[in-house]
Write a protein that binds this ligand. Sequence first.
Ligand SMILES: [Zn+2]
Length: 248
Amino acid sequence: MTTEPTDDHGRTHRLELADSTIREWDATVLDASAEGIVLDRSAFYPGGGGQPPDHGVLLWGGVQTRILGVRKSDDLILIPAEGDPIPPVGTAVRGAIEDDRRSALMRTHSGLHLLSGVVFREYGCLVTGGNMEPLTARMDFNLPEVPEGFKERVAEACATEVAADRAIEVSNMSRADAFAIPDIIRTATNLLPPELEVVRIVDIVGLDTQADGGTHVASTRQIGGIEVMKVENKGKGFRRLRVRITDG
Ligand SMILES: [Zn+2]
């Protein structure tokens, strides 16, 4: 089932794909200007799948360059804060991710997978969109009516799945193997590019399996509480759930 990992983006090896717990690492600057910095190794999540990019710093020569985002082109381009010093090409830097933000985003992202797994299992409806900020998120479902007691039942099922402390496992699979999993087909509105031969899979064991490039916590208990704040009617067959991630 396992195939060659796809953890490189351009000239950058992406450390966070194999290990979402990395917060500090050493790297060398391959390209640098006020518009962006390219490293040989980076743990900055560049954004995607609804999860926003990381913030952090590069430490070098007694100064720091704040990183406020990432742009994906042929290379992975780290966006420096305006006016911060830019490390010249060849500089050895220490990269560091802003831990509070990333850890909150990991809990939130895993929480959304748990939520979509629960809503699919209980009501058979599909996710049509979503977005997240640290500890707050929305997810849209293709749900024609809001059934009696929907909000309460979803909240209760989420709490049960958090308490069950299910493992959250990340693996790489060939496209053919991935598409043989019924759950992947259900979420394939994510439109996996046809040239993608290896698919990264995030599996909440026994609950939800999705093709996904994000960073996740290791088990459902690490998410904390999932509070269903609001169910909104956004038009025909289109419901929006707003959730908040709490310390449980
Ligand atoms: Zn995801």
